[in-house]
Design a protein around this ligand. Structure first.
Ligand code: BGP
Length: 482
């Protein structure tokens, strides 16, 4: 299934339209390569503060919108008002599927309501029907880094078990109301990084609370899978992790063992969701650190019964580990060890197509579940060409074509030579959208250029880049013509 991927908080906009409530992503400011995005909030004493996604906010913090500040997610690139035009462009490229997320607060503005917001249902139904018109299958992420701000500010975010149940109600509503329109689902985007993306969702750096919150996310995912299968046994429900290739720096046995542990740090999320229980190495680690997860009777069965049908993962780069250093797949690679065999993009991400083949093998060997590369791509600054009247006439993006070509070639080898069951490929940001990491617009991934800058200014007009026609050919030839 060839297609492309997006997420509501970076693409949809219309943040205060159609009865939508605020989410934790709506209080994230814009940043850049050198200046980190922040969350604006009032601390326990009511003082206005800002924190990056790596800084704790302390108890009592409440995310707020500061008048006059620019929050890139509010308008994003306005899929809310452009969906017909965008979907027509996806269809023109020949998409068989389209990955998008449903904004939780468009359906449940505070997260606690018992009745769904019908305006939200109407919007997504119209989108899914539009996709159907072109025979494009939606792949719907139920949670892509967003949480109702109300649950973060007034409750205890993911630290409360109730959040898992409220999420399950939201998921159930999607399964019921979009039945027949959507068959492919993902519960949580990049589950191995999601709690780092917005500290408002947990507001603590205490490892005990962090693991308790994460446990609630796993429960929410498993409960949703069970519910989705009950509502329609034809539903294919997957998990999603940020998964890159990892190499040990050298053959020092300590480096290698550290490498295994770094791999475990990434893999255990997949173990829980694919095998239905915390792996032994994780249980031991929690025990060693004195972390005791509060559970209820029946939880074990929920995790066991709620395993996923496929593994979705994002693949952008690879990392190198060395003894004593814990490396991970976070977008901030400023402290990473350089791999002398690879080149980096402007944001320091090491480009590694062969690593994708390795990862496909690794995941398939380990779980024997169908795989779906739900994100992959080259974030870069594009420079449009203009005519004398200032109209955009072309966007040449050979670097993007080269990146995708190399990755698809390795993907083909994994399928044809290694026998990996790969069911889909949806490159990230198939249309330019807001960067999750930096909030910038200039870090572009799309086949479609959107005329908007880092301050949200621009006509929002869509233009085909060179990669648009190239990808169209790739899809038409089922990957034969690269
Ligand atoms: C992943 C996220 C996406 C996306 C992508 C690219 O972590 O799932 O939401 O944005 O990375 O990252 P960035 O936008 O920071 O370039």
């Amino acid at each position: 299934m060839w297609g492309g991927a997006t997420a509501a908080n970076q693409y949809e906009g219309g943040y205060d339209e159609g009865g939508r409530g605020l989410s934790t992503q709506d209080v994230r400011t814009a940043g850049s390569r050198t200046r980190k995005r922040t969350v604006t909030y009032l601390d326990g004493e009511g003082n206005l503060k800002e924190a990056t996604r790596f800084e704790p906010m302390g108890p009592g913090a409440k995310g707020i919108i500061v008048p006059g500040r620019y929050y890139p997610g509010h308008q994003a690139v306005d899929f809310y008002h452009h969906y017909k035009e965008d979907i027509a462009l996806f269809a023109e490229m020949g998409f068989r599927c389209f990955r998008m997320s449903v904004s939780w607060t468009r359906l449940f503005p505070k997260g606690t309501e018992t009745e769904v917001n019908e305006d939200g249902i109407r919007f997504y139904t119209a989108v899914f029907e539009e996709l159907k018109k072109y025979n494009i299958e939606p792949l719907v992420t139920l949670n892509h880094f967003d949480l109702p701000l109300y649950l973060a500010n007034e409750r205890n975010g993911w630290c409360d078990r109730e959040t898992a149940d409220l999420f399950t109600r939201f998921a159930e509503t999607c399964f019921v109301r979009f039945r027949g329109l959507v068959r492919y689902w993902i519960t949580f985007n990049e589950i191995n990084c999601m709690l780092d993306w917005n500290k408002l969702g947990i507001r603590t750096d205490d490892p005990q609370e962090f693991h308790q919150a994460l446990y609630h996310v796993f429960l929410a995912s498993a409960q949703s899978v069970i519910c989705g299968h009950r509502i329609d046994s034809g539903n294919m429900i997957g998990m999603m992790a940020a998964y890159g290739a990892m190499y040990p720096l050298d053959c020092d046995p300590d480096t290698y063992f550290n490498h295994l542990q770094c791999m475990h740090n990434m893999q255990w999320y997949c173990d829980v969701q694919c095998r239905g229980a915390y792996p032994a190495y994780k249980q031991k680690e929690l025990e060693r650190n004195g972390i005791v997860i509060r559970k209820q009777e029946g939880d074990e069965k929920i995790l066991k019964d709620g395993t996923v049908d496929f593994i979705g993962f994002s693949y952008y780069f690879s990392v190198v580990s060395r003894a004593g250093v814990n490396v991970s797949m976070t977008g901030d690679q400023s402290h990473a060890v350089d791999n002398p065999y690879l080149k980096k993009n402007e944001w320091g991400w090491q480009i590694d197509p062969v690593g994708l083949r390795s990862v496909l093998n690794e995941l398939y060997d380990r779980y024997q579940l169908p795989l779906w590369i739900v994100e992959n791509g080259y974030g870069s600054i594009d420079t449009p060409e203009y005519d004398s009247e200032g109209n955009i006439t072309a966007i040449h993006d050979p670097y993007r074509i080269a990146y995708l070509k190399a990755h698809i070639a390795e993907m083909k080898k994994a399928v044809e030579l290694d026998g990996v069951d790969l069911i889909g490929y949806t490159p990230w940001g198939c249309i330019d959208l807001i960067s999750a990491g930096t909030g910038e617009m200039k870090k572009r991934y799309g086949f479609i250029y959107v005329d908007m800058d880092d301050e949200g200014k621009g006509s929002l007009k869509r233009y085909r880049k060179d990669s648009f026609a190239w990808y169209q050919k790739v899809i038409a030839s089922n990957g034969e013509e690269l």
